[in-house]
Design a protein around this ligand. Sequence first.
Ligand code: OGA
Ligand code: FE
Length: 281
Amino acid sequence: MPTAVVAPQTVAAELNFLSPTLKEKPFYYRTPPAGKPESNIVVESQAVNITDLRTLSASQRNAFTIDSAGFQIIEHQTVEKDFVDEDAIRNVYYKETEELLKSVTGATRVFIFDHTIRRRKAGEAETPENRGPGLRAHVDQTPKAGAARVHHHLGEEAERLSKGRVQIINVWRPIKPVVATPLAYGDYHTFDVNKDLAASDLIYPDRVGETYNIRYNPSQKWYYLKNQTPGEVVLLKCYESEDKPGRALLTPHSAFIDPTAPADAPPRESIEIRALVFYEN
Ligand code: OGA
Ligand code: FE
C-alpha cells in the first residue's frame, strides 16, 4: 500500500519577542514592588508560522527529542486529573512525573523544585497565584541560573551532583484539552545562540534569577501540538550542563493565541513541573 503523503500544516500567529531596540539588560520582577517599574522589557510581536506536530508522520514527530531539538512529546496518562488539591499534586503527581522523567531520560535522580498551574479565573487580575498563559518567548533559566538551581535546592549534595550531567526539564501538561492558547516551542538548532538569546534578570524578593528573552530571527522554526490533550505532555529542556556537538541545550517557548480557535473555546488550563534531572555514575 502506498503511504499517505503527509503535508505539514502551520498556523500563522503572533509571538512576542524582545525588541532589538532595548540596549540595556532586560529585567522583570516576579512580584512587582509598589512604585517601581515592573520591567524594562520592550516587546515586539512577529507573525510566525507554527507547525502543528500532529500533521507530521509519527517518525517525523518522534525525531524531535529533548537532545535533538530541546522538546519532546510523550503520551502518558496520570492518576491525578483535577489538579485542585495541592497535597495530591505534591504527593501523587510529583511522583508520577518523577517516574515519567526517569523512564524517558534514563536519569538516576529527579528533583522537582516547582510547579505552575495556569488556570486564570475570568475577569481577575493576573498574579503569581492566578496565572494565565505566558505570552512571551523565553527560556526559564540561563546556564548560570540553571547551575545555581542545583545549589539552591540540593544543599550538601550539590557539589557532588554538579560534577555529573544535570538538566532542567519542564513537564508541561494540559489539565483540559488546550484549544485557544497553546504552547509553541522552538527547535534549538534553528536559533542563533549568540544573537537570539538575551539574558534577563528575574528579580525575586530575596535573590535575582536569570532567564532568556528571545529575539526574533526568521530562521527560527516553531512547533505546537494542536488540541493537545492531558494524555500528551511536552518536555521542555531549559538547562543542559553537557554541551556536545549536535545536542540541543534548551528550547525557547511561548504561549500564543491561536487565531483559528473557535471564539467560544474555553480558557487554557495547564500545569508545568520544573525538575532538576541528574545522571549519577
Ligand atoms: C513553561 C512556560 C507558558 C505557558 O512551562 O515554562 O513558560 O503559557 N509556560 O504555559
Ligand atoms: Fe517557560
